[in-house]
Design a protein around this ligand. Structure first.
Ligand code: ATP
Length: 760
């Protein structure tokens, strides 16, 4: 595949017309991204694409060919030894020779400052060759570079008759990456001549650079030379490039062609696989065959979870003035659970299949009655999904075919098992066997995990692992009021583990037996007319939070609980639903719970839970609004939203589009080459600096294109490439994961840029 892309690119750039098309297409793509048709390739002072309309054909072709060479090396990971690179370089040289032969347009007298810039650039080349590459005046490369400098100076010199003042000295800030020794003439067919190849080899041997480094400097030099030439000829001056979002760098972005595929909710299998392959989530006790309902979070999973919790805490506590935090114990007095009603009533209806020994939650087991011409045909059963009615009708059709019945089929609306009469329950087939008569009547099953506290193991030592974090908030209400300088309305937030002995832990981390909750109890006055506005406000705030961490808006919806399904003490409950791989299900609940919990704790403990409202000069037990969401369930939603596949430069790419706020690894620092100590040192220094603030990674293995892909796969939003130019101008290439856009930013502004993207 890669070979094909390389060949296509090379072939496309072989003719001047095709090269122009390449240029124009690239420019058009960049217009879409930056609003500017001009761009600068990642290395400062390297190839500059000129506005195609203004450039000469041959100049545009040279620029395009420079981009081709760069792409082959930097993104496709080829080296000088690859035939495609050799061919592309040969083509570049041929085009360059053509460009040199082009007569300068009469009207193209260079502006004085253009010539100054060209002279400054060429001066820098000479210095670089001598000071950094260690060449001497006797070396051909230096001789050639000096000759070019002299030529440029001659152009800048005023005609004898005009007696113009001498050109001002070049300004230091205009310093650019070195320009090349002019290329030896190409052979007539455009292939590199023997002299050219020999000159390249000789240069490589003298400066001791690797093939890659040689080609880098050659392409850079060619480009700088083109810059000078264009300026001298009066071609369009490179426009100032678009600044990055931080507004400081001066390089316009380079972007691969990204073809986005339309988003589709991934399957659960895809999510599970990606989590396993990339070290995000593992099955608990996998070496022992797993343990249903429990999960372990791997190196990237632990980061993602921590980032989800951090983002929630920032949004709900730190960035608000009316919410404070709490961390209560997982195990508390059993009295807490007596008062809250969990000991007596925290249960789910359970149904057993006597044939298969499988267990179902009765409220998730659905059924419908099928009739033909009004006569009972039979019952169908199915598990809860988005399209249950349709599935029930299909199952009824099958039943009718099997019974070889004629007539009109009708199917009742699907209901859950708890809504069936005892007679109906006997006729509903078990989903496991397809046969009726094996399902038991529903029984209540308490979901709390029990344990024993202390050395004694008897009824008096029984305690419970908390099934929710909310009760710890209620029992600390008076403590927080007494110490927290809070006034109603205010909230107490808590993040912590909760445990439920779920009957059917299913759908990966959507429903597990050990999970983590992020809950707020927001205390409000008891007035009849005020809770609705607070409830709506919390729904909106919660939705905004979900959007702010990158959940796709089209996957989020609301489900208002009908009054008859509300708990007796609740005034309202609306769930924020999410389209998970297994269907649209509750992600977060936002309930208006009245003052039930505080009143219960006051009754059972005998301690007042009243609040004195200074402004109203009145005592009351506040009511609450309770936004409650599971970390794990939110993580599944985040993974579902982020899972993506697209095409980059013609190759399929699979990536995780995590919001930078959530991404496990915020940035990867990538030294372009391993064998140049200065580059490694510089990259290491940048890495250490960023590491103080974020979880970043350092990757030196493989071609740069491969390293980018590896980071895309784990959802790292930014790649920072340190290259030869970094040593000169202290800029790095910052590559964006989603758009693949690359831009130069200075090292000092890097952290500021990342902060802007990650923390704002
Ligand atoms: P469900 O109806 O799905 O069992 P619930 O209504 O019982 O959920 P709540 O008691 O309101 O859930 O808990 C609040 C939030 O905690 C849920 O919206 C969900 O995000 C999360 N949650 C609840 N139970 C689990 C679980 N077993 N595994 C993972 N997350 C859970």
């Amino acid at each position: 595949m890669r070979g094909l892309v390389v060949t296509m690119l090379f072939t496309a750039a072989r003719s001047v017309r095709m090269a122009r098309a390449f240029t124009a297409q690239g420019a058009a793509q960049r217009v879409a991204v930056t609003g500017s048709p001009l761009f600068q390739l990642p290395r400062t002072g390297s190839v500059r694409m000129m506005a195609a309309a203004a450039a000469e054909d041959v100049q545009a072709a040279v620029a395009a060919q420079g981009a081709v060479v760069r792409k082959l090396k930097e993104e496709d990971g080829l080296t000088n030894a690859d035939q495609a690179v050799k061919d592309a370089v040969a083509e570049l040289m041929r085009l360059k020779a053509l460009a040199e032969a082009e007569p300068a347009p009469a009207a193209a007298a260079p502006a004085e400052q253009d010539l100054e810039a060209a002279i400054a650039a060429q001066g820098a080349v000479v210095r670089k060759l001598k000071e950094e590459d260690g060449l001497t005046n006797g070396d051909q490369a230096v001789k050639d570079a000096v000759a070019e400098l002299v030529r440029l100076k001659a152009l800048a010199a005023p005609p004898p008759a005009a007696k113009a003042p001498p050109a001002p000295p070049a300004k230091k800030k205009q310093k650019k990456k070195g320009s090349p020794p002019p290329a030896p003439a190409a052979a007539a067919d455009g292939a590199p001549s023997a002299a050219q190849l020999k000159a390249l080899d000789a240069l490589a041997a003298r400066v001791g650079k690797s093939d890659d480094a040689l080609i880098d400097s050659f392409v850079g030099a060619m480009s700088a030379h083109l810059d000078s030439l264009q300026k001298v000829k009066g071609g369009a001056a490179p426009a100032k490039a678009a600044a990055p979002k931080s507004g400081k760098a001066d390089a316009a972005p380079k972007t691969d062609k990204v073809v986005e595929t339309e988003y589709q909710v991934p399957s659960m299998e895809e999510i599970i696989n990606v989590c396993k392959r990339r070290g995000i989530i593992f099955q608990s006790s996998e070496v022992y065959g797993g343990f249903a309902g429990f999960f372990d979070y791997g190196p990237l999973g632990v980061e993602l979870r921590a980032n989800i919790k951090k983002a929630w805490w920032q949004s709900m506590v730190h960035r608000r003035d009316d919410v404070v935090g709490l961390d209560s114990s997982i195990i508390s007095s059993p009295q807490v659970w007596k008062a809250s009603g969990h000991i007596d009533g925290f249960s789910d209806p359970m149904v057993d299949c006597k044939e298969s020994n499988l267990r179902y939650r009765a409220d998730q087991l659905f059924w419908a009655r099928a009739e033909v011409d009004g006569e009972l045909l039979g019952y169908v059963s199915l598990m809860e999904t988005d399209d249950m009615q349709e599935l029930a009708e299909q199952a009824a059709e099958k039943l009718k075919r099997k019974a070889k019945m004629q007539g009109t089929l009708s199917v009742t609306e699907v209901k859950d098992f708890t809504e069936a009469t005892p007679e109906e329950q006997k006729l509903i087939p078990s989903p496991a066997t397809g046969e009726a008569g094996s399902l038991t009547a529903p029984r209540e099953f308490n979901l709390m995990f029990q344990t024993n506290v202390g050395a004694q193991v008897d009824g008096s030592s029984v305690a419970y692992l908390r099934p929710e974090t909310a009760q710890g908030i209620f029992t600390n209400f008076k403590n927080v009021v007494a110490t927290g300088r809070v006034k109603v309305p205010f909230g107490i937030a808590q993040i912590g583990k909760a445990f439920r002995n779920e009957i059917t832990p299913r759908n990966f981390i959507f429903r597990s037996r050990e999970f983590e909750q992020m809950e707020i109890e927001y205390f409000i006055p008891p007035d009849e007319d005020c809770w609705k506005a607070f409830h709506e406000q919390w729904l909106t705030d919660s939705e905004n939070f979900l959007l702010s961490i990158g959940l796709r808006p089209e996957l989020i919806s609301r489900d208002v609980h009908p009054d008859h399904k509300l708990a007796h003490y609740a005034r309202a409950c609306t769930d924020l639903m999410f389209k998970f791989p297994h269907g649209t299900q509750e992600l977060q609940g936002v309930a208006a719970r009245g003052n039930y919990d505080l009143t219960q704790h006051a009754t059972v403990s005998g301690k007042s839970m009243e609040y004195f409202d200074e402004e109203r000069k009145e005592k009351y037990v506040p009511h609450v609004i309770e936004p409650s969401i599971g970390v794990d369930r939110l993580m599944l939603a985040v993974l579902t939203s982020a899972y993506a596949e697209d095409e980059v430069g013609g190759e399929k790419r699979s990536l995780l589009r995590f919001h930078p706020r959530l991404a496990p690894i915020k940035a990867a620092v990538l030294p372009l080459v391993k064998n140049k100590p200065e580059i490694m040192d510089k990259a290491n220094a940048i890495y250490k600096k960023l590491q103080k603030r974020y979880f970043v990674t350092f990757d030196t293995s493989g071609q740069i294109g491969r390293r980018y892909r590896r980071m895309d796969e784990v959802g790292t939003p930014f790649c920072i490439t340190v290259d030869f130019d970094t040593l000169e101008d202290d800029t790095v290439t910052l590559r964006d994961r989603d758009s693949t856009e690359q831009r130069r930013v200075t090292v000092p502004e890097l952290l500021e840029y990342l902060e802007d993207q990650i923390d704002s």
